[in-house]
Design a protein around this ligand. Sequence first.
Ligand code: 13P
Length: 257
Amino acid sequence: MRKPIIAANWKMFKTRDEALFFVLKVSEDMPDNELVDTVIFPQAPMLRCLITRQGEELKIGAQNLYYEDEGAYTGEISGPLLKSYNVDYVLIGHSERRQHFSETDEDVNKKIKAAIRNDLLPIVCVGENLSDREKGNTNKLLEKQVKKAFKDISAIDMKNIVIAYEPIWAIGTGKTATAKQADEACGFIRDIIKNLYGDVVAGDIRIQYGGSVKPENIDELIAQENIDGALIGGASLDPEKFIKMANAPLKLINKNI
Ligand code: 13P
């Protein structure tokens, strides 16, 4: 069994005090990080204060980074800066960045390379919109996004990468993909990785599902063969809900031993 990874993408929510309150509230109740990885992605200015207070089990990640390591890029965040704050993970290619900030597959590829260069663990987001799905273009779109994202990335580097399948039509809509739809798409992504990198990498790489995940549906989603965790937006803002979702994989692990 691949190690499950449950991540909270807070997007542009929470002030400093709200974030500190949240971390204080959840840190005692996080699962053992030998068994489950748990990560919070706050807004960038909160990285520093959370990193010193998150406790043993919880990791902190950035929602974005720029693909150059330094330079005249006002407003951007560099990989070396994130690393110097002991940030572990970085989200790359979230659909909101693609949609509102015009990020392209080429940008995603360059950002993955920047993350690897700076020893950050990327969670790379892919996913189709409603019209792609309705036209039957989901697989074609996923294949394009995955191939372009991982162009020139070595098999060794792929081992530290997590992929998040996030269908855009399920994000923030309350309309979750069914467990079957999510598993099929994650399985398809795993097959693309198998064609590119072989059985071992495809067997090891972790693929999360994201899109209206909540305590009521997480168990069924993460029980699917190809789904290794969840990337959660709205429901991750509530500490009680996050505690429940972070601990959800333990039920599966206990069942398997
Ligand atoms: P929601 O859980 O709010 O649908 O957001 C999903 C998401 O975009 C996580 O990155």
